[in-house]
Design a protein. Structure first.
Length: 323
């Protein structure tokens, strides 16, 4: 059995760990509100950009942008995988990477190759370990994503699509719903999708008919559509990264809260009181009292030692017993 010194060192270690996890929880909570505000502020703009792109895809324009053309056969795809740079955020990255890996296996089974753009260090490491072809990457993004950090790596896939080297561009990311719910998502970035999920979870489809009409472009269709399609891709990728950052801070706050509870000195309400002391150490060792003095105090043979000193709760020292 462990001695008094080892037990006190363990108690001190648990208390120090609790300070770290509490600080991590508080930092994540302060960043969570700001990241959620930034993410919600850009949702209406991205939703409108998607609707415009869908409307343009139905028009009978004299110039058809490559993003509007759907390839007859798909032989190679581009994949944008958005994860975090750091860990300690629960199963956030695991869920996204599991979904991506499952889809990647389906592509390989169908004879479709994939080029990856990794946004986030966790996704980059996973893709490299599984042997994926990483053509671009963006890591160390921080708590506030900037377009200058993302457009370069993403443009590599866009240029490949325009050149005909890949036939589709997909994105795997985490969709933020609330502090307690963040779900992994898989969507098609290019060619322009014909439906998408709105800000409140509703499915939005284009309400215009195919062909027979067109916009009036100034100065010309090529200049306008090139600018609109570029802005569409930039806004959508930036929004997906903002969704993942907001999800990361929420998941990290919940993870820090869970670790902090595991170091809490109070016994868990789920554990019966009899189980808490089932594997506890002797009271006299916890209290630093010699065993013979403790036994004399319990039978009343020594009045100098108060009776309550011989009955201690191990949970008061940071030891938390589980079922």
């Amino acid at each position: 059995m462990a001695g008094t010194k080892e037990i006190r060192m363990k108690i001190r270690s648990v208390q120090n760990t609790r300070k770290i996890t509490k600080a991590m929880e508080m930092v994540a909570a302060s960043k969570m509100k700001k990241s959620q505000d930034r993410m919600r502020a850009t949702r209406p703009y991205v939703s409108r950009a998607l609707q415009i792109a869908m409307h343009v895809s139905h028009a009978s324009a004299e110039y058809r942008h490559p993003f509007l053309e759907k390839r007859a056969s798909v032989k190679r795809v581009g994949v944008i995988v958005i994860t975090t740079d750091k860990g300690l955020c629960g199963s956030l990255n695991t869920n996204v990477l599991r979904m991506m890996l499952q889809q990647y296996k389906e592509w390989r089974a169908a004879g479709i190759e994939a080029d990856f753009c990794a946004v986030g260090g966790k996704g980059l490491g996973f893709i490299q370990r599984m042997g994926g072809n990483v053509v671009s990457q963006a890591v160390q993004i921080g708590d506030r994503a900037k377009l200058e950090q993302l457009i370069g790596p993403v443009k590599v896939l866009l240029d490949k699509y325009i050149a005909g080297e890949i036939d589709e561009v997909h994105a795997f990311f985490t969709r933020f719903f609330n502090t307690m719910r963040q779900d992994p998502r898989h969507g098609t970035l290019i060619p322009i999708p014909q439906e998408f999920i709105g800000e409140h979870g509703e499915v939005i489809r284009s309400a215009v008919k195919e062909g027979g009409w067109d916009y009036i472009y100034e100065p010309d269709a090529r200049a306008v559509l090139d600018a609109v399609m570029t802005r569409y891709a930039e806004a959508l990728v930036l929004q997906l990264v903002a969704e993942s950052i907001a999800s990361e801070q929420s998941a990290r706050m919940r993870s820090g809260s869970g670790m902090n509870l595991n170091c809490h000195p109070e016994p868990s309400s789920r554990a019966p009181a009899r189980d808490l002391c089932q594997h506890s150490v002797p009271t006299e060792v916890l209290r630093g009292v010699r065993p013979e003095r403790s036994r004399r105090a319990q039978d009343g043979s020594e009045g100098s030692l108060p009776a309550h000193r011989a009955t201690g709760d191990p949970s008061a020292f940071g030891l938390r017993m589980t079922e």
